[in-house]
Write a protein that binds this ligand. Structure first.
Ligand code: ZN
Length: 136
């Protein structure tokens, strides 16, 4: 653990006590606020598919894009730059991971997400980063 002393040193000239504030936000549930300031939503995913928006997986090696959305199953399919397609990923699962992240239960590290959604960590982390979840 980092000592209290260290945490009080501003990280950046304009950043104030960024890290510390974020940690507190995560654990003391300013959930609604956090959720309303990132752009995560089912509508947003559809928009990304329609506009062929590309984003990087967390490893920075795979450039991804949502290529199909199944409205009935409410799931998304992604494809990487080599044309390799994923299995469908259920939106409710994504929502669950998203909520856990904003509640401070998990971080956006692939191996952590992998524990809850095996093999998806890299992709989900990349997607949530693209949506600005780590910036709120
Ligand atoms: Zn978010």
């Amino acid at each position: 653990m980092v000592k209290e002393q260290t945490l009080l040193i501003p990280l950046h000239r304009d950043g104030g006590f960024e890290t510390r504030e974020r940690e507190q936000q995560g654990y003391h549930g300013k959930k609604t606020e956090a959720l309303s300031s990132c752009s995560f939503s089912w509508e947003k995913l559809k928009e990304m598919k329609d506009n062929k928006i590309e984003f990087w997986a967390a490893d920075g090696l795979n450039k991804l894009r949502i290529f199909e959305i199944d409205e009935l199953e409410k799931s998304v399919y992604m494809v990487n730059q080599l044309g390799k397609r994923t299995w469908p990923f259920k939106f409710y699962k994504l929502e669950e991971l998203h909520e856990k992240f904003h509640n401070g239960e998990i971080t956006l590290l692939s191996h952590e997400i992998d524990k809850l959604a095996p093999t998806w960590g890299n992709y989900v982390a990349g997607l949530l980063k693209y949506l600005g979840c780590d910036k709120v």
